[in-house]
Design a protein around this ligand. Sequence first.
Ligand SMILES: [Zn+2]
Ligand SMILES: [Zn+2]
Length: 264
Amino acid sequence: MWRYGALRRRLRRGEIERLVREGGLARVRRGVYASTSACADVVAAAAHGGVLGCESAAEHLGIWVLDVPQRHVWMHGDRHQYRHGDEPCTCVVHWDDAPSESAFGFPSVPRILLQIFRCRGTERFFVALESARRLKLIDARGLRWLRRVLNSRGRDLVEFSRDTSDSGLESLLRLRLRPFGWDVRTQMWITGTGRVDLLIDGWLIVETDGREGHDSPSHRHKDLVRDANAAAWGYSTLRFDYAMVVYDWDLVERAIVGSLRSRR
Ligand SMILES: [Zn+2]
Ligand SMILES: [Zn+2]
């Protein structure tokens, strides 16, 4: 993404016009140009007058987020908004101010997390935070900054977060099971089975199947063998997929609570 002035320092006016004509360069809005290979969301945020922020920026950086149906745009404190596309746009706009290195630079990862906390709520914040920690996109200094700017609920979530979470579903489960006070361990090694996602009270295995399918016959066979092996050693297994955890939590919770009650 470039401003016209920056382009002009490297190219003559005619060259810029030719690049636009031949499709090597796209005009985003008056005075702003993008490489035609730039990601559509990044370009749309610039067309709106800002940069990607919040969950949209997190998603772009490879941080685990739940579905992001809308584009979140960071306008700093004072950027001008532009109409873009055909309709009034549905961008979610953030106006928190902070310095940034360049006009089109993303917010820093700690700031992205703060935006998610304020805009998208505690669960989505926690999931993104654990993912950012796992990916080493936030360091001790960033975590200290977050603690300073968050409220007590947010600070508590930073304390509860780890840098070892394997997936967003694992983070979400651990957070949602927390109020029950069970002994919840993650990534435990079970004899005959191998590593499991969650182990509750020492005997109930909870496995989450990510977005990439466990539906192929070979995968399904492997899962069944795992569950049988675990049962042989006295464990029970519950298996949930992304849709259940995210859209049907009530059922997931009742399944776990029901199973735990049955042994008591
Ligand atoms: Zn947002
Ligand atoms: Zn917009």
